[in-house]
Write a protein that binds this ligand. Structure first.
Ligand code: COA
Length: 260
């Protein structure tokens, strides 16, 4: 998948995706944005994909955001299309129907942070720096940052980070609920594997429908949200996995979910 995106599929249906541009701190170039968009579409359409892990190569950056060198050469007239390409890629990741985990092997700035915000779970390496730096660059977050960050950590804290362009480290990110876990570098992959093992004990359709209920429900009033929840719930009622879950409970054994 392109020159700067590596994809490995493991036998459990997990796609491990690595942004591989360490020399540019995994910055989001035009071709990379296109590849990320296409890949998200392909992974989302593949029923065998149970979860997706997104990480960066090297030990410096998860993703340093928009490619600022490339961006320097973009005319004012083309800037809209440039921003659309980044937000298109990040929104495509946010729309993935199955669970996504940003495994933050290093710092995340600007669009890199917005990419992490578009994932369901975030695990950061100790010491990783994070910031929405845009206001310090004379722009503003344009790939979901102003919308997803307040939904995740609340308006007051999001304003601190966005309006001040403040940098925080992984420990602070954990305190404010921006990441779910901080791990030492040597334990980073194991930390992801532990979450994936937890997910493996959950019925894939149940997880997918729960994700959908949360994502759609957070945008609407509670009554409409409850209707969305009910509609999602009904999908799980007619799955083989529902019967398997009940059988396994009765037989006092672990369930073997198939996603059907
Ligand atoms: N776009 C393009 N290239 C980038 C980049 C970006 N966003 N971020 C880093 N790079 C490049 C640097 O220009 C440098 O290239 P060079 O070797 O040709 O000079 C290379 O990656 C290494 O960067 P460097 O700053 O030396 O590495 P570092 O490990 O000391 O610091 C960062 C890494 C990410 C902390 C730092 O590069 C940085 O602050 N980048 C900008 C992040 C940002 O504000 N992004 C928001 C964009 S909206």
């Amino acid at each position: 998948m392109g020159d700067h995106l590596q994809v490995e599929r493991d036998p459990d249906g997990v796609a491990w995706v690595t942004i591989d541009r360490p020399e540019a701190r995994n910055a989001l170039s035009r071709p990379l944005n296109l590849d990320l968009t296409r890949l998200a579409g392909a992974l989302g359409a593949d029923p065998d994909v149970r979860a997706v892990v997104l990480t960066g190569s090297g030990d410096k950056a998860f993703c340093a955001g928009a490619d600022l060198k490339e961006r320097k050469g973009v005319s004012a007239a083309d800037t809209g299309a440039y921003v659309d390409a980044i937000s298109g890629a990040i929104n495509a990741w946010a729309r993935l129907p199955r669970p996504t985990l940003a495994l933050m092997n290093g710092s995340a700035f600007g669009g890199g942070m917005e990419l992490a915000l578009a994932c369901d779970f975030r695990i950061a390496v100790e010491g990783a720096q994070m910031a929405l730096t845009e206001v310090r660059l004379g722009i503003m977050p344009g790939a979901g940052g102003t919308q997803r960050l307040p939904r995740l950590i609340g308006v007051a804290r999001a304003k601190e980070l966005i309006l001040l362009g403040r940098r925080i480290d992984a420990a602070r990110a954990l305190e404010i609920g921006l990441v779910m876990q901080v791990a030492a570098r040597e334990g980073l992959r194991d930390a992801a594997a532990a979450v994936l093992a937890e997910l493996a004990g959950c019925a894939p359709r149940s997880v997918e429908m729960s994700k959908q209920a949360i994502e759609r429900g957070i945008e609407v009033g509670i009554d409409e949200g409850l209707r969305i929840e009910r509609a999602c719930y009904e999908v799980t009622l007619f799955t083989e996995d529902r019967n398997e879950g009940l059988r396994a409970f009765a037989e006092k054994r672990s369930p073997r979910y198939t996603g059907r």
